[in-house]
Design a protein around this ligand. Structure first.
Ligand SMILES: Cc1cc2nc3c(=O)[nH]c(=O)nc-3n(C[C@H](O)[C@H](O)[C@H](O)COP(=O)(O)O)c2cc1C
Length: 330
């Protein structure tokens, strides 16, 4: 069993990674149904929340069916982060996660996200004060270091644990790498092998197959896997990994019917959550992934991504079911 504070999780839990514009309530619900043990919101700006920016506030919406759920926040200013903890608490998440790993310039230039990897003392003190502020478990998601020359993740993880951080998820890349090259899991295993570590250490980066997840568990000995890109358009990834762990075999490919059903539910949940216009608009980005690999699909995709009303999109789903019923997915 793996624990994040008082939250009990199964052995080697699978976590849905926070992903901007992807891990919203409809997508999190689909992943949860398919076996995700913990889900996270996309990162939410502490400054945006304090200004009460509508877009940031909407990101706080969470639903009972997705628990345990973590709300992820980012920022570098202590006062703002503490105010943010107070705001986030009102949404009653199970976990508050701090993003100390986002590599994008507009975040890093303000000292937030991976920017804080240049100031480990600040990283630790922010975490400490946030832990003191709330009864909720505070967790951290970060990268190996700023660049190759500054990988001190073993020491960093230990210091975060010592100030009360309840779990750490580590993306096996440095900030300098952005998303390039391969994720390096060896330093994450070093964190786990530190005899002083007792909080869960979750590995992240490039888990693209059930075999990779197994390698992270058996070869690198980590406590769980946080999975991002492999789930986009494939919320079944969690089920595929768990099936492989249990049987050593791959699940049969996801059928067209299952894909259409997921796309339909995704759209319906999005409309229920944010209304017809935004629901139709913001679900568009997912269709390519749900239907990847179907030849001569363009006409149908265009209908899905250009229609302004949900009835036309639902209609396109029906047509796809009709037209491609013989397509074999890999
Ligand atoms: C579209 C996208 C959005 C992301 N947004 C966030 C985010 O909001 N917070 C965060 O901590 N990481 C974010 N990440 C990074 C992922 O959580 C994860 O660390 C990274 O993709 C590596 O894992 P993977 O190889 O399983 O995708 C994002 C990644 C992608 C691809």
């Amino acid at each position: 069993m793996v624990n994040i504070g008082k939250i009990e999780l199964p052995d080697f839990p699978l976590l849905l990674a926070p992903m901007e514009d992807v891990s919203d309530p409809p997508f999190r619900a689909l992943c949860k149904e398919q076996g995700a043990d913990v889900v996270f919101t996309e990162f939410i700006s502490s400054e945006g929340l304090i200004r009460d920016a509508v877009k940031s506030t909407m990101k706080l919406d969470i639903y009972e069916k997705e628990r345990p759920v973590g709300i992820q926040i980012f920022g570098a200013n202590l006062d703002s982060m503490l105010q943010t903890v107070d705001i986030v608490e009102k949404s009653k998440p199970d976990i508050i996660d701090i993003n100390f790993g986002c590599p994008v310039k507009k975040v890093v230039s303000k000292g937030a996200g991976a920017g804080i990897l240049k100031d480990i003392d600040l990283m630790v003190s922010l975490t400490e004060e946030m832990v003191k502020r709330t009864h909720l478990p505070i967790t951290v998601k970060t990268r190996l270091g700023w660049d190759d020359k500054s990988i001190r993740i073993v020491e960093v993880a230990e210091r975060l644990q010592d100030v009360g951080c309840k779990a750490i998820s580590i993306h096996g890349r440095t900030r300098a790498q952005m998303y390039k090259g391969n994720a390096n899991w060896a330093p994450i295993a070093e964190v786990k092998n530190n005899p002083r570590m007792h909080i869960p250490v979750f590995g992240n980066g490039d888990i693209t197959s059930p075999e990779k997840a197994m390698e992270m568990r058996d070869k690198f000995g980590l406590d769980g896997a946080m999975i991002g890109r492999a789930t986009i358009g494939n919320p079944w990834f969690f089920k595929q990994v768990k099936h492989y762990f249990e049987t050593g075999e791959h699940l049969t490919p996801i059928t067209l019917q299952e894909r259409v059903e997921a796309a339909r539910r995704h759209l319906q949940m999005a409309i229920d959550w944010k209304g017809e216009i935004l629901g139709v608009f913001e679900t568009r980005r997912h269709y390519t992934n749900y239907f990847r690999g179907i030849p001569h699909f363009k006409e149908y995709r265009m209908k899905m991504v250009t229609s302004d009303d949900s009835a036309s999109v639902f209609n396109a789903f029906d047509e796809v079911l009709d037209k491609f019923s013989n397509h074999q997915f890999e």
